[in-house]
Design a protein around this ligand. Structure first.
Ligand code: SF4
Length: 431
């Protein structure tokens, strides 16, 4: 397990008996009063976007309907196990959850309300694609408790959208956003990507101005485009059918452009990659998830964590369905997090949500016998990161991320978590 730590992926030691691991995690969770979130996965999309690493496949109406019924069954089986603490956030991700029919959306939401204890301010997010999000689906969602829509816009530039496999034009995007925001029931946020092939500062600024002037969005997520070899987009670039991605420094300029424009607009920063225009947009899911609280996975291919374990559900429908029918959690794999996971969670949560780091809030998560060494190693790493321009010192023991630090937040987090982990290895807390 001597692997680098990162905000998104943490190493774990595989467990042979996944059902035993789930039972142990459930047992340890009994009586827990801490926060928890649910992740519910809809694996299918009607078509593939060229930049997407999450595409799984498509399903016809009958296949999707059968999947939704089995998923509802899974939800109803496990709700009673998690009654000691309310669920703070439910996230329908994918894939394309908005491809469900109104009846399917209502079925899953009613099942959740019936079987789980939800906090009175539980955030329920439905990830949506622009195409096909009609009024009946919006009503089914908000009538049954959805209070946040996350729309995959990426860019408003019609030509660039089409090149990325997004079929709808700017006009349709604006019309869909307007229908959603005017229902006045939910936070409506968009994903915007920067560092797209051929994207200039003027094009990005146009996207930012569009959000500010032509929509009533509650906020947005600002993601950098990363290329993986297996993406269709990577193949198109290799074949000279698409321009190269902008380099690191150009992406940093685009990132700063967004920060400057949002600062001038008075947008509230709610994480290193999320902005809010309206108090309705809290992005509780990111706020809670960043601290690595239990995230209960439901649906094919869903990933999650509970206690010291991380879990991945089956991606094979036949296996998924038969495990649920036999009363098992439909798991494909489980792993045990190393002992430095609680400390890493404190580092990751602070950097992600507060964009700062106060070592005093992290150190108590380390075993007592190595705290001073962990403190010394992290302090030295922080001084180095400060010299390199990623942090500046503030009062009350806090160091704040600079613009460079916010841009490279994942890299900074990975370096600090890996530095701390080395102490655990050297002191033989983990082997
Ligand atoms: S709709 Fe979303 S999940 Fe599906 S291929 Fe496009 S970006 Fe990926």
């Amino acid at each position: 397990m001597n692997a680098a730590r990162s905000m998104m992926g943490f190493p774990s030691e595989a467990v042979a008996d996944t059902q035993m691991a789930w039972a142990e995690a459930l047992g340890a969770d009994q009586g827990s009063t801490g926060g928890r979130i649910l992740y519910i996965h809809m694996p299918f999309c009607r078509s593939r976007c060229t930049f997407c690493p999450f595409y799984y496949g498509s399903a016809n109406d009958q296949e999707r309907n059968e999947y939704v019924k089995v998923l509802a069954n899974e939800l109803s089986q496990w709700g009673q196990e998690f009654q000691s603490a309310p669920v703070n956030s439910i996230y329908f991700g994918g894939g394309t959850p908005s491809d469900m029919t109104p009846d399917e959306i209502a079925l899953l939401l009613r099942t959740l309300h019936r079987h789980f204890k939800l906090s009175s301010d539980c955030e329920i997010t439905l990830e949506s694609r622009i195409d096909g999000l009609d009024d009946a689906k919006i009503s089914a969602a908000v009538d049954n408790g959805v209070n946040r829509f996350s729309l995959g816009v990426q860019t408003f530039d019609t030509t660039l959208r089409r090149k990325l496999g997004r079929t709808s034009a700017r006009k349709t995007v604006l019309e869909t956003l307007s229908r959603l925001t005017s229902c006045n029931h939910a936070s409506v946020t968009a994903d915007i990507i920067y560092g797209l092939p051929g994207q200039t500062a003027a094009m990005l600024l146009n996207d930012l101005e569009t959000m500010l002037n032509d929509t009533a969005l509650s906020g947005f997520s600002f993601y950098r485009m990363h290329l993986h070899e297996r993406l269709e987009l990577a193949r198109a670039i290799k074949a000279d059918k698409m321009p190269e991605l902008p380099d690191d420094e150009t992406c940093f300029e685009l990132f700063k452009l967004c920060e400057e424009r949002m600062s001038a607009a008075g947008a509230k920063r709610i994480s290193f990659k999320h902005f809010s225009f309206h108090p309705r947009e809290r992005n509780l899911h990111n706020e809670i998830s960043a601290w690595k609280v239990p995230c209960l996975p439901f649906g094919m291919n869903a990933g999650g964590r509970l206690g010291k374990f991380k879990f991945k559900q089956s991606g094979n429908f036949k296996d998924y369905k038969s495990m649920i029918e036999s009363g098992c959690k439909p798991l494909a794999s489980a792993g045990v997090f190393p002992a430095d996971f609680p400390l890493a969670a404190k580092i990751s949560g602070q950097l992600n949500c507060r964009m700062n780091l106060n070592l005093e809030l992290c150190i108590p998560a380390a075993p007592r016998q190595i705290r001073e060494r962990v403190r010394a190693e992290l302090e030295s790493a922080l001084e180095q990161l400060e010299r390199e321009g990623y942090f500046y010192a503030e009062s009350y023991n806090s160091r704040l991320l600079t613009a460079r630090g916010r841009f490279d937040c994942a890299k900074v987090a990975s370096s600090l978590m890996t530095t701390a982990a080395k102490v655990y290895y050297q002191e033989k807390i983990i082997s």
